[in-house]
Write a protein that binds this ligand. Sequence first.
Ligand SMILES: [Zn+2]
Length: 518
Amino acid sequence: MDITFFGATREVTGSCYLVRGKDVAFLVDCGMFQGGERSRNAPPFPFAPRDIDFILLTHAHLDHSGRIPLLVREGFRGKIYATLPTIELCRILFYDTVKLMREEVERENRRRRRSGKPEIAPLFGEEEVEKALELFEPVGYDEIAEEQGVTFVFRDAAHILGAAVLEVWGEGTKVVFSGDIGQFGNVMEGSPPIIEEADFVVIESTYGNRRHKTLEETRREFAQVMQDAMGTCGKVLIPTFVVDRAQRVLYEIRLLRDSIGLHCPVYFDSPLGKQTTDIYLKYRHLLSGELEKFHLQDDNPFGFPGLTYVTTPEESKALNDLDHAIILAGSGMCTGGRILHHLKHNLFKETTTVVFVGFQSRGTLGRALVDGAKLVHIFDEDIAVRARIATINGFSAHGDQEDLLRWVGYFRNRPVFLVTHGEEEIAEAFAQALRKKGFEAIVPAFGDTLDLPRRTVVAVPRMPEKEDIIKRLEGEIQKLRGKVLAQESEVLLQSALILLEEAGRRSASADELPKDGV
Ligand SMILES: [Zn+2]
């Protein structure tokens, strides 16, 4: 097998890796290039989409999934394997992308018409999204799946809901794709999976040279910022990604209501806000220990009195009339979306506080504000910045260097690390950190192909046999002893008992069948 890197090479967007074997070719992720690199999304692809047999998709973030409808437009017809939450989030994000692209293209074409230039078309539309969604094939966490001689397992990456680290076996070689991995002990999704063996590991390095603040420090910092903001009686604007980060912030606000008595009305101003939060609630059994107690009590960790979901543009505009409110809106880096309207109407006021809760890329309005700009340009207008600007980095859905090295430390054999998904100097710094630990680490460039020689040190997993299943059952029963069970768990236990009895009955009657030749 070999692997060619067609994105997220010495940069953080456009994840797309092509793996080729003797009789098979598949992609791991097919994401969009974002920020200043967007022009690279336009076809042609550097390979023939028709020749790709299938895609393994690590998670729904557009920098990993966003070019899939385009790949379908260009002739791809294989299956796209992903977890159910990833598929549901992709549905929402893909249709939203179509809408945003259409608006952008219309604006650009108005300009082009005026200057006599030829018009442009969006990369894809609803039709391609529909076709792409039909190709999705759900696969559960920890389930062993196979296609065309390639075996793969999705493990919970603790990054966003549905995100996976992939273990892939083919032609005697095992490759692990980290996708994006979360922090250990992440409040939303728990901890990344422990994997002990691989020949090669393609590993992300977004925060490969940094350290996040601890959870306690982050919460203290957020409480202080919100408390100070409340003192001004103005608006608090929180630019945020609508998937995951927004739900995390809602949960943290809920906690602050109890700890510091934060009782200001909160508006989640996004046409996607309600839908994404509903998906988080639907799959809340996949969320972490801290959120599990809400699940047991049938409580919504992201909901509280005084929270309003704002859907229509009219409702969003009406927020301008409020003096005192907390408003969450996309986009997270202020490159578009409703947050721009709120910034335009409130940045010049001294009573406003803007709280950034995520990474701000170079060249974005968010980065300019974080860097202390005193004057910004929004919708062709100069806006003075008199608002307070605060940054909370600890809510990140990515692990920091310490998390990444801890994850790497669980590999018992010595895999070769292929470092991707990090800005050049960060990816290099992380590769250096790996080498210091005695690992071989390579930072591939765009288009680099790497041979994955046959290693055969790592056994391909098999479906569990009866003995394995019984052993696991015994383990689960052991864990239940001494635990206080919620009523719904007791019902589940009853059902398990009925199923076990039924399994026993069926094998007893199989024993009674006459044997051949008797
Ligand atoms: Zn991601």
